[in-house]
Design a protein around this ligand. Structure first.
Ligand SMILES: O=P(O)(O)O[C@@H]1C[C@H](O)[C@@H](CO)O1
Ligand SMILES: Nc1nc2[nH]cnc2c(=O)[nH]1
Length: 309
């Protein structure tokens, strides 16, 4: 893995980004439809991913493809870096590319990482629009031994070969999220806590998969984030994930029985059937747009309260 082009990426950034912005304290990853999180920054310098060796291109609608550097908060401001667009394995990116920007952020000095994403609710108590502060994750592809960004030769002998993940989600940052919600006067149920299941996508869940994930203890499901969390933990960062529920995963109590319907029809007593609900990426983006302002204010408030470390 020593072929990762850190020297080239960092020297390009040093050339394009003014020194006062080049030591970001906090990193932010924008999920689907959440790129407006960067609009609270000032003195912004955006570097397109295509100018950065080692970066892929985000091909998903709702994901830009650039790294934004800027300041947030009062006074001199806190330097932050925002990933406007992420890479998903289903786009064809290897996991080393998916997590490369996270490793670059670590080399710029980022110690606190706020990751956002869009997700489907498995827990029926989570309404669309709820922001879930992730407590833990379930990496379904890992159950088959694949798709772990720390699979293979180690990037550095200083990194643990067997990375613990029982403390992956920073208590410090999660506390700041709930304090920020209180300060902003958000409703009690605007922010919840839960477990994120990572699946590869890009297909949305079948009802049976939704039921399986729910019974395995997951509250929301999505197609990103976990590789970034694992790499960030390996790099020694504190990580928090804010997952915006954009839709409910359909988990019917029972299947529609064609056998029973035909029998009823033949007996002259047809059974009325509600149409099956499906989810679309447009719906995901629309909820992201509706909640952009709340997410932005929440993230800005959390950053302003991240102590300097
Ligand atoms: O990048 P995120 O995880 O926010 O995007 C979610 C998962 C898929 O990429 C897409 C599906 O609508 O939204
Ligand atoms: N896997 C998955 N990812 C999502 N991202 C947004 N909604 C969903 C969903 O329902 N399932």
């Amino acid at each position: 893995m020593s072929e990762l082009p850190f020297a080239s990426t960092l020297s390009t950034l040093a050339r394009l980004v003014p020194a006062k912005l080049l030591k970001p304290r906090v990193g932010i990853v924008c999920g689907s439809g959440l790129s407006t999180l960067a609009s609270s920054l000032r003195d912004v310098v955006e570097v397109p991913y295509n100018q950065l060796e080692g970066f892929g291109k985000s091909t998903v609608v709702g994901h830009k493809s650039s790294l934004a550097f800027g300041l947030i908060g009062p006074g001199e401001g806190i330097p932050v870096v925002v990933m406007l667009g992420r890479f998903h394995p289903y786009e064809g990116h290897p996991l080393s590319t998916v997590v490369y920007p996270i490793r670059v952020l670590a080399r710029l000095g980022v110690k606190n990482l706020i990751i956002t994403n869009a997700s489907g609710a498995l827990n029926p108590n989570l309404a669309v629009g709820t922001i879930v502060v992730i407590q833990d994750h379930l990496a379904i592809p890992n159950l088959t031994g694949h798709l772990n960004p720390v699979f293979g030769p180690q990037l550095s002998p200083d990194y643990p070969r067997f990375l613990p993940l029982s403390d992956a989600y920073s208590v410090k940052l999660r506390r700041l999220a709930f304090l920020a919600a209180n300060k902003l006067g958000l409703a009690e149920d605007a922010l919840a806590e839960g477990v994120y299941a990572w699946v590869s996508g890009p297909t949305y869940e079948t009802p049976a998969e939704g039921r399986f994930l729910r019974s395995a203890g997951a509250d929301v499901v999505g197609m990103s984030t976990v590789p970034e969390v694992v790499a960030a933990r390996e790099e020694g960062m504190e990580v928090m994930v804010l997952s915006l529920v954009t839709n409910a995963v359909v988990i019917p109590e029972s299947y529609r029985s064609i056998k029973a319907e035909i029998k009823a029809e033949l007996a002259g007593k047809p059974i009325e059937q509600a149409p099956v609900q499906t989810v679309s990426h447009d719906e995901v983006l629309a909820v992201g747009k509706q909640k952009a302002e709340v997410m932005k204010n929440l993230v800005a408030n959390i950053i302003e309260n991240v102590s300097s470390d």
